[in-house]
Design a protein around this ligand. Structure first.
Ligand code: ADP
Ligand code: MG
Length: 526
């Protein structure tokens, strides 16, 4: 060690210290709240909203998002988990747990008198080095290797409430992603092209991937319109089939029955002319976008549409339009004068079918179908269904991560232990405080094996010591086999996860810690 330099010890004013300490304490409390959820044997959380709604989840991002957090620094952890959800989609608990451990180390370093800026810079270096180490132990994956992708999805699902269905959900996630991936532009993967329709009734086992499209609403049949259409010509319309409204603040005063009759006739003629134009285009299934301006379709219009034998599905959301037009190969039509045959999509069958407790409209046999996928998710109740939806989202994100960065690493905390060990080695080559901080960073990463074994009911100290020993002996992939309760080679145990999930967790957690460290005052505004 070089002799201690004078300016390396740092004393700050009591108030600044207080603000920093309370920020770190609050953020750590948030991290502790989700710690028990990490890993396959982690606990689930029941989130009770004031309106009586109950959510059961294991997803870090969801837990934090629902938690009422008011302390500004603690809110940063909520945002941290959210950004991990955006970047990687999985690892939302890990990122918060790692951040908590890093903050704890910061506190120790600050108490020893290390300047926050030195801690911050050293952590930044350490995190860059950690990513390098991770890349060096990563294993390339081929998109053709469906089994490897399924293994990665399995790891992500193994910690969820719905983990016993992973043999069904994982292949589904993989197939859905592969179906929407454009081989020519693999990096442009958009998960919005995968439509997940969740429908209560039955069990998750009944979930299926639909070759076609599913709408979560019934066909409009109050006027006796058809609910099944073969050789369908589907029109996706954005205009309304209802009488135009007057401008706001304008009134029409009707003073006698004659005038009322005229208005009624006028309305009927108008609607009839619209329906005629629709019919003339050859359209026999109409998807109508929800309208905020006026009724998208009136009872009278439904009546005429039924008479014209046109099947109607109402309340299509605005943000679904793109997906629908992509899937069906049709164009959204904004005005009735644009109803042209070439804008319609063709499908063999459009049918209202019963699914569980409700009904959905299914479109199958679509001609020139676009690159989209539809998953019909089923579950016995709303809570299970929603968690299944979130879990499937995680699995989809894992596959997306692999598409974006085609490397896998082993799971079960083996990467964290490996990085921790190599960083500790590296810190010995550094000088002064920096070496000290990097070492602290390395130690903080051991929170992952520690927590995983703690949550699995194992002895954390024994496990972490054993892991250190194995990794020092060159067993790069040794990790905690949570199911068997011992240490095994994670690659042989088929526990793999995308490289991107772990690198982004470490990078984002470090970034958040650095941000919290640099804050020395909270300024309230009015
Ligand atoms: P996150 O929200 O961070 O994804 P999870 O609860 O999914 O949190 O836990 C992820 C951690 O659990 C990762 O470190 C991963 O390696 C580990 N893990 C997942 N499946 C297994 C398994 N079968 N055996 C051991 N560890 C596992
Ligand atoms: Mg996970």
């Amino acid at each position: 060690m070089p002799p201690k330099q004078k300016n390396e010890l740092y004393k700050e004013s009591a108030r600044k210290k207080d603000v920093r300490t309370s920020n770190i304490e609050a953020a750590k409390a948030v991290a502790d709240a989700v710690r028990t959820s990490l890993g396959p044997r982690g606990m689930d959380k029941m989130v009770a909203a004031p309106n009586g709604e109950v959510i059961i989840t294991n997803d870090g991002a969801t837990i934090l998002q629902k938690m009422t957090v008011t302390q500004p620094a603690a809110k940063m952890l909520v945002e941290l988990s959210k950004s991990q959800d955006v970047v990687a989609g999985d690892g939302t608990t890990s990122v918060v747990v790692i951040c908590g451990a890093l903050l704890k180390k910061c506190q120790e370093l600050l108490e020893k008198g290390v300047h926050p800026t030195i801690i911050s810079d050293s952590f930044n270096k350490a995190s860059a080095k950690a990513c390098e180490i991770l890349e060096s132990i990563a294993i390339p994956v081929d998109m053709e290797d469906r089994e490897a992708l399924i293994r990665a999805a399995n790891t992500s699902l193994s910690s969820k409430v719905v983990s016993q269905y992973s043999s069904l959900l994982s292949p589904m996630a993989v197939d859905a992603v592969l179906r929407v991936m454009d081989p020519a532009r693999p990096n442009m993967l958009d998960l919005r092209d995968i439509k997940v329709v969740a429908k209560a009734g039955g069990t998750i086992d009944d979930s299926e991937m639909v070759d076609g499209m599913v709408f979560d609403q019934k066909a409009a049949k109050s006027a006796g319109g058809p609910t099944r259409m073969e050789d369908a010509k589907v029109g996706l319309i954005q205009f309304q089939i209802s009488p135009p409204k007057t401008d706001i603040e304008n009134n029409v005063v009707v003073s006698d029955y004659n005038q009322m009759d005229r208005i009624y006739k006028e309305e009927r003629n108008y609607i009839l002319s619209v329906v005629k134009k629709i019919k003339a285009s050859g359209c026999n299934v109409l998807l109508i976008q929800k309208s905020i301006l006026r009724d998208a379709v009136t009872d009278l219009a439904l009546h005429y549409l039924a008479k014209a034998k046109i099947m109607v599905v109402r309340d299509i959301e605005r943000d679904e339009i793109e997906l629908i037009s992509k899937t069906l190969g049709c164009l959204p039509i904004a005005h009735v004068d644009n109803m042209k045959p070439e804008k319609l999509g063709s499908a063999k069958l459009v049918e209202e079918v019963e699914v569980g407790k409700g009904r959905v409209v299914k479109i199958t046999g679509i001609e020139n179908k676009g690159r989209t996928a539809t998953v019909l998710l089923r579950g016995s109740n709303k809570m299970v269904l929603e968690e299944a939806d979130r879990s499937l989202h995680d699995a989809l994100c894992v596959i997306r991560c692999l598409v974006n960065k085609r490397f896998l690493i082993a799971g079960g905390s083996s990467p964290e232990v490996q990085v921790s060990m190599q960083l500790a080695h590296w810190s010995k080559t550094l000088q002064g405080m920096e070496s000290f901080c990097v070492r602290a960073f390395a130690e903080a990463l051991e929170v992952v094996p520690y927590t995983l074994s703690e949550n699995a009911g194992l002895n954390p100290i024994n496990i972490v010591t054993e892991l250190r020993k194995l990794h020092a002996a060159g067993e790069k992939y040794a990790g905690i086999n949570v199911k068997k309760g011992c240490i095994t080679n994670m690659l042989e145990g088929d526990v793999v996860q995308p490289l991107l999930v772990t690198t982004s967790a470490i990078t984002l957690a470090t970034e958040c810690v650095r941000m919290i460290l640099k804050i020395d005052d909270i300024v309230p505004t009015r």
